[in-house]
Design a protein around this ligand. Structure first.
Ligand SMILES: NC(=O)CCC(=O)C(=O)O
Length: 302
């Protein structure tokens, strides 16, 4: 790595595990929260059974992707024992010894709702949460999209989230967060080897942009993984699907269609190093010409 490296924030520079299988659980979400929790548990078990040690769930996996349902399905994270979705994630992470990036569920806190991803370590420990920063508020439909105004119901998170795990530094964004390369660049600058985006793109921007956004979010030669609910999920919002893993050259390593499925993908961080040695973008970056977010603050859980 170039000597002027700014990737100094994530404390674990050399991950404990550099070769692993990631399991992507493209769930069918129903209007029954308990059924969604059961199904998520089954797919996590199936992914672990196929060798995945890092498992990713979709955006809003316990709740239909309809803004008017968020309040009903929301959980208070301050007491995990009374938050059935989180409790399941913690229990299954510890019983299987896997790390789970828990997609997102509606979180209630002090009278506000958030669209929040929780990360659990292999002992079931609640390691971090990311509140969706960029809410999906549509303006005038351009490609025939359905109307969606997430901010009528959800409050925006205020912090980027990079989590130090056995699998290195993982940056988390939720769905519309992927449209903002600045966030991915910030994660890269903080040392992320992998950025995970639970997401539920709509049918029109899904077709136009979902793959493109993922392939270009590896702006600094890292891995990108996404996980969507399946298209036949409940709710008024039609979901594109197509969960994907992208490698550091922007190549699609594996992707799904739109049906319920579990995708198991081999990740090898040696590919990051190889790509950066061939294309040392970091040392070529001209921050003297364009301002970039290199004023880095510690990530926070709020
Ligand atoms: N759930 C979302 O944030 C959807 C984002 C989306 O479809 C987009 O075009 O952006």
């Amino acid at each position: 790595m170039a000597s002027n490296s700014k990737r100094t924030v994530c404390p674990l520079q050399i991950p404990k595990i550099t070769q692993f299988k990631i399991g992507i659980c493209q769930l069918k979400v129903t209007t029954e929260k308990s059924a969604n929790i059961l199904k998520a548990r089954e797919l996590i078990q199936a992914a672990a059974g196929k060798g995945a040690s890092l498992i990713l769930l979709p955006e809003m996996w316990n709740c239909p992707c309809s803004t008017d349902m968020f309040a009903k399905f929301a959980e208070d994270f301050s007491d995990i024992d009374s938050a059935p979705s989180l409790l399941m994630l913690s229990e299954v992470a510890s019983s299987l010894g896997v790390t789970i990036i828990g997609g997102s569920v509606p979180e209630k806190d002090a009278g506000q709702l958030y669209n929040t991803c929780c990360l659990f370590g292999p002992n079931g420990e609640f390691k971090a949460k990311h509140r969706k920063i960029h809410l999906f508020d549509m303006g005038k439909p351009l490609l025939g999209e359905v109307q969606f105004k997430e901010s009528d119901y959800i409050s925006a998170g205020k912090n980027p989230t990079v989590v130090d795990t056995d699998f290195g530094c993982i940056g988390i964004g939720i769905c519309h967060d992927i449209r903002f390369p600045e966030l991915a660049m910030l994660y890269s600058a903080r040392g992320a080897q992998l950025i995970c985006y639970p997401g539920a793109f709509n049918m029109s921007t899904g077709a136009a942009l979902w793959e493109l956004e993922q392939r270009t979010r590896q702006d600094d030669s890292l891995y990108v993984a996404s996980c969507s609910p399946s298209r036949d999920s409940a709710g008024s919002y039609a979901i594109w699907g197509h969960s994907t893993v992208v490698g550091p050259m922007g190549e699609i390593i594996a992707t799904t269609g739109h049906d319920k499925t579990v995708l198991i993908v081999d990740v090898d961080y040696a590919a990051i190093q190889r790509t950066r040695e061939s294309f040392p973008l970091e040392s070529q970056r001209r921050s003297d010409i364009y301002q970039f977010v290199d004023v880095l603050t510690e990530s926070s859980n709020s």
